[in-house]
Design a protein around this ligand. Structure first.
Ligand SMILES: Nc1ncnc2c1ncn2[C@@H]1O[C@H](COP(=O)(O)OP(=O)(O)O)[C@@H](O)[C@H]1O
Ligand SMILES: [Mg+2]
Length: 246
């Protein structure tokens, strides 16, 4: 199963991607977490730590300076640009490369293209996409089974969320809106009004999640019982039920 996480910058895509990846892996699933952001920080939200995350990103960016050897196969890609993260998650950095060598598997392929290439049978791929509506526009059939659209109760984030939901609906794809950092009923009502009658999961504004980011830790390692983390673990359970049995 392929899950992608989309939305405006700063709404919580990486937090959602990292936390559900860890929760799915804890539930026994084989999880590949794909970091497609141009500023790849998924390692931090997975609990790999800022230094190790930087090292992995440097390998990816080494393609631009010639310090990293090119790689032709998808398996090689997962090997060379990836590392193991806690709970058995495999993290792979697939951020876009400037001056990519077109036709080259490791740097010429777009993150969406890589989603096409990766074999998802028997595993769950979680793709933390680049911010904005562009990634959702470029998504094609077979690249995602479920689109998680993260939204906050702010006008700009809701504009992107609404368009992402409409686009995914038009393609006949399955979409779940994550109403993130919800403080009260009013926040929730604003999000509900913007996205309409689609499937929605509410994640409250959570001090443990904010603290995790400040300390460079995974939220699930800071407090797995905090309300926001619990909501994301419950979402992972729901997603797992749609996937192959663990
Ligand atoms: N539910 C939440 N409660 C509190 N802080 C949150 C919540 N979700 C995200 N954040 C914080 O918001 C900031 C942006 O989150 P991040 O996941 O990096 O967003 P994105 O990947 O969309 O840019 C981070 O500091 C993160 O800790
Ligand atoms: Mg991010």
């Amino acid at each position: 199963m392929k899950i992608v996480v989309a939305g405006k910058g700063g709404v919580g895509k990486t937090t959602v991607s990292g936390t559900i990846s860890r929760a799915l892996a804890r539930a026994g699933h084989d999880v590949l977490a794909l970091d497609a952001d141009t500023n790849p920080m998924l390692g931090v939200s997975l609990g790999v730590g800022p230094e190790e995350t930087d090292l992995l990103v440097a390998v990816r960016q080494g393609l631009e300076t010639g310090e990293t050897e090119h790689e032709r196969s998808t398996e090689g890609f997962v090997e060379r640009f990836g590392r193991d993260a806690p709970d058995g998650v495999r993290l792979v950095v697939a951020s876009r490369i400037e001056q990519a060598n077109p036709g080259c598997m490791c740097c010429g392929v777009s993150p969406e293209g890589l989603l096409n290439e990766l074999e998802s049978e028997g595993k769950i791929i979680v793709g933390d996409l680049e911010a904005g509506i562009g990634t959702v526009m470029r998504l094609q059939e077979g690249q995602a089974d479920i689109v998680l659209v993260v939204a906050q109760p702010t006008a700009k984030s809701l504009n992107i969320a609404r368009r992402a939901v409409e686009m995914t609906d038009d393609r006949g794809g399955r979409v779940i809106v994550i109403a993130n950092r919800v403080r009260d009923d009013e926040d929730l009502a604003v999000i509900r009004e913007a996205v309409g009658e689609c499937e929605m999961v509410v994640v409250p504004d959570d001090a443990a999640i904010a603290r995790a980011d400040r300390e460079g830790l995974a939220a699930i390692d800071v407090d797995e019982n905090s309300p926001g983390v619990k909501a994301l673990v419950a979402l992972a359970d729901r997603l797992a039920a749609m996937a192959v049995p663990a």
